[in-house]
Design a protein around this ligand. Structure first.
Ligand SMILES: *Cc1c(COP(=O)(O)O)cnc(C)c1O
Length: 397
């Protein structure tokens, strides 16, 4: 079978007659015309058999949805205005008053904020679980648990959970699983088919803002399934909430998607080299990168991603506790090529210092490190230049 890069580049698309070209056409519309009233009445917006209104899709958005479904190994995909909107679409589609949702304590922070904000307002409760301890998840499932979020690797702290174990626990109890697959991007592992086992999550959300865009200039998200019933529920909520997206951004994504596998591998290669180098620096107490042997969850990364041997371009370091917050801030401020900024997946390397104490619930799992954590997103610059930048910033600390 062809690899994702080939499949994405040679993805089926029917151009207008005699106009075959590398990129698909870009169609923008709010209004879509119907030939007559009978056609207007007969058109079903819930399927891709025809077009009804811009909010329900255009040939251009459908093409991107189909390519993303191919990338992640799903059958159906919906586009939303951001990665966070993809998380909220899943929550609003499946949770109702009285339900409970379980979220890993190391999940993408705004997912937890949605739970303490709008979900709580609607009478939906949540519990945080330790993603590195499947028994903790099993103990927290109840008759009210309707949805379990999983994420690999964990946000910022990069622990890699035993994803198949977490998903099996939920499946055995008949509880739906949704994966935030932004890190894996459909490349590091197959979210619906772990290691070719046929087993995987029910829903995959993806912040297209990151690797699919690759430019640091687009916000978009997707929700992919391979369950027609779940897709229909998502599609209804998607329509009722009015999640429209700009077709100009869809065009940008269609342009960058063919190079995603190449870029992802380059980010990964450079990140691994720099993480390995920092691992040997005496200023650093711990490097958190799932492909490094002494990083939390490395065995689970190897079990799930060993075949692709891919690990994205993200990692964090914990500075030795002898360095004050001010010194670590000075390190970040001294970097020249690395820019201070959120998000990741673009060509420019980024750095963010985090206070993990403020981000974790100590009753779920104890954060074992004392020093300050800094997260790096490795861009596409030359790796020797990036290493030299890190070296001069360490010297100024
Ligand atoms: C960035 C990110 C999101 C949210 O994406 P936006 O498009 O910025 O809203 C969700 N999950 C993870 C893991 C992310 O890194």
């Amino acid at each position: 079978m062809s690899k994702p890069s080939t499949t994405l580049i040679h993805h089926p698309y029917v151009p207008p007659a005699t106009f075959a070209a590398p990129q698909p056409g870009v169609f923008k519309a709010s209004t879509v015309f119907f030939a007559d009233v009978a056609a207007m009445r007969a058109r079903d917006w819930r399927t891709k058999a025809g077009y009804t209104y811009g909010l329900h899709g255009t040939p251009t958005t459908f093409t991107l949805e189909e390519r993303l479904a191919t990338l992640e190994g799903g059958t159906e995909c919906l586009l939303v205005p951001s990665g966070l909107a993809a998380i909220s679409l899943v929550s609003f589609a499946f949770l109702k008053t009285g339900d409970e949702v379980l979220i890993p304590d190391n999940a993408y922070g705004p997912n937890k904020a949605l739970a303490t904000g709008e979900l709580a307002n609607f009478g939906i409760t949540h519990r945080l679980y330790d993603a590195m301890n499947p028994a903790d998840l099993a103990a927290k499932l109840s008759d009210r648990t309707r949805l379990v979020w999983v994420e690999a690797a964990g946000s910022v702290t990069m622990e890699f959970p035993d994803l198949p174990a977490l998903v099996n626990i939920c499946r055995a109890r008949g509880v739906m699983t949704a994966l935030d697959n932004t890190w894996g991007a459909g490349l590091a592992f197959a979210p619906f088919d772990f290691n070719g086992s046929g087993q995987g999550v029910d829903i995959s959300v993806h912040a297209l803002t990151k690797y699919p865009s690759g430019g640091g200039d687009v916000l978009m998200g997707s929700v992919t399934t391979r369950d027609e019933r779940l897709h229909r529920a998502l599609k209804l909520t998607h329509m009722r909430m009015g999640f429209g997206i700009g077709v100009g951004d869809v065009e940008t994504l269609l342009r960058s998607l063919p190079s995603i596998a190449l870029r992802y591998a380059a980010h990964d290669r450079a990140a691994r080299e720099l993480a390995g180098w920092l691992n040997g620096c005496e200023e650093i107490a711990q490097v958190l990168h799932p492909a490094l042997e002494d990083s939390p969850g490395h065995v689970h990364w190897r079990a799930l991603c060993g075949e692709t041997n891919l690990a994205a371009g993200l990692f964090s370091v914990v500075f030795d506790e002898r360095y004050s917050t001010e010194q670590v801030d000075r390190f970040c401020d001294s970097l020249q090529l690395f820019r201070l900024g959120y998000s990741w997946g673009g060509p420019i390397s980024l750095v963010v210092p985090y206070d993990i104490g403020l981000m974790r619930d100590a009753s779920v799992a104890r954060w074992p490190y004392k020093g300050t954590l800094v997260r790096f997103s490795i861009g596409l610059e030359d790796v020797d230049d990036l290493r030299a930048d890190l070296q001069q910033a360490l010297a100024r600390m």
